[in-house]
Design a protein around this ligand. Sequence first.
Ligand code: DUT
Ligand code: MG
Length: 160
Amino acid sequence: MPDHDLDPGRRVDLDIDVVRLDPDLPLPTYAHPGDAGADLHTTIDVSLAPGERALVPTGLSIALPDGYVALVHPRSGLAARHGLSIVNTPGTVDAGYRGEIKVMLINHDPAETVALQRGDRIAQLVIQRFERARFVEVGVLPESVRGDGGYGSTGTGARP
Ligand SMILES: O=c1ccn([C@H]2C[C@H](O)[C@@H](COP(=O)(O)OP(=O)(O)OP(=O)(O)O)O2)c(=O)[nH]1
Ligand SMILES: [Mg+2]
């Protein structure tokens, strides 16, 4: 097995109820064992001129268990080949959301139009657990080594 412990028959971690609003298109699909992202398909043909964005339907509605979120990530191949990304990457699909999952695609290529066809895999859905925080207001935060340094405070060169 080339993927050492990435067993194709690996247990499923979680069942998620899915409604296919467009029954001719597939469910989200993991391309390989061990993949974090399940690919999402566009239900429509869509053409994006340079700089243009579009909210693209996937034909899927899901019901996530409480404590889980689905994140809509770009696909690196489309990004590398066509400059295609997602405006609000990663998109957040809340557990209580019952509407159609949509993807806000944007064409970052300066010159080429990106043409996608119905059924093309346009994005990937990563399912994660999250923590729901209680925001406890305090007057002073505990000290830390980083302090308020950020936004490039460590520079870009190699660090010793
Ligand atoms: O890429 C995305 C992002 C969001 N959504 C859906 C699911 C999510 O639960 C809902 C709301 O998303 P978000 O909270 O990011 O948007 P908002 O602008 O804050 O809208 P709202 O006021 O409805 O929360 O829209 C998608 O289908 N795809
Ligand atoms: Mg919101």
